[in-house]
Design a binder for this molecule. Structure first.
Ligand SMILES: [Zn+2]
Length: 273
């Protein structure tokens, strides 16, 4: 997995926030960039006189960010994310030449993805109520979560059967921004209720589920430590509790799962620095 440091930032390249080494951006003026962790605006620092790596600093100190580099006493500061307008997105097309320098040119594993999706919803023409539903759906709550519980017929983690409500998140199967419309995003068969830590692994395509006979069994990414996963209640081969789903929903679920497997396979075939 990518270890974030302040030598790597995010830049808006061809409309997508991508991870790129700070040094690759020197000389590219006008490109939007932000801290990959907290999305605050940053300034780029050149190679130091003593040979330090080029790095970034937050424009304003954000004490909550682990990539903090500003020194001095703590200040009260509400950090704000870099805003992206439609024009910025269009302008970003001209930085195509930087694509090859990105650490990962696959936007599916971009850490800023959820923030981007939420900004997209906020900037859309939906009504306030629709925006609230869409944002809740993106973070696995609200009407989407209810739809998932209804389709699966149970308010427990579909893998571990954990019934602790506070731990359960409705995880999207088909990546949110690859869904064609709001209806598809809110569709219960496009979700699995999972414990929060399992949701994270599933969302990042570090685990997936494959059909074996009539069951859907867990597959771990090759580089995950299986004994550590076992301690967390995640075992290769464990089956999802699909028993209460009706045939029509099961079919939709399988279609969505095919999308998830495809990305999982793609990410696991490829070396990630
Ligand atoms: Zn930050």
């Amino acid at each position: 997995m990518i270890q974030l440091t302040n030598s790597v930032c995010e830049a808006l390249i061809c409309g997508v926030w991508r991870l790129i080494p700070v040094e690759s951006l020197h000389g590219s003026t006008g490109i939007l960039r932000r801290c990959p962790e907290c999305h605050a605006s940053i300034k780029l620092m050149k190679l130091g006189k003593e040979g330090q790596h080029p790095y970034f600093e937050h424009e304003k100190r954000n004490p909550a960010c682990s990539l903090i580099s500003a020194k001095g006493k703590a200040v009260k500061y509400v950090h704000s994310s870099v805003n992206v307008s439609e024009k910025d997105r269009e302008d970003s097309e001209k930085f195509e030449g930087l694509l090859s320098l990105c650490i990962s040119n696959n936007d599916m594993i971009n850490d800023g993805e959820m923030g981007e999706d939420i900004i997209d919803v906020s900037d859309s023409t939906l009504s306030d109520l629709e925006k609230r539903h869409a944002i809740n759906a993106r973070i696995g709550l609200g009407t989407f979560k209810e739809a998932v519980i209804s389709v699966w017929g149970s308010e427990t983690c579909a893998l571990t059967l954990t019934p602790v409500k506070e731990m359960l998140v409705a995880s999207h199967i088909k990546v949110w921004r690859n869904c064609e419309n709001t209806a598809e995003r809110l569709e219960g068969a496009n979700g699995i209720l999972l414990c929060a830590h399992i949701d994270k692994l599933f969302e990042k395509h570090r685990i997936t589920f494959r059909k074996v006979g009539r069951e859907y069994r867990l597959k771990l990414a090759d580089d995950l430590d299986s004994s550590l996963m076992t301690q967390l209640g995640i075992n290769e081969g464990d089956a999802l509790a699909t028993g209460r789903m009706n045939a029509a929903d099961l079919e939709k679920f399988e279609d969505n799962l095919a999308h998830h497997q495809k990305i999982f396979n793609h990410l696991n075939d490829k070396e990630i620095v």
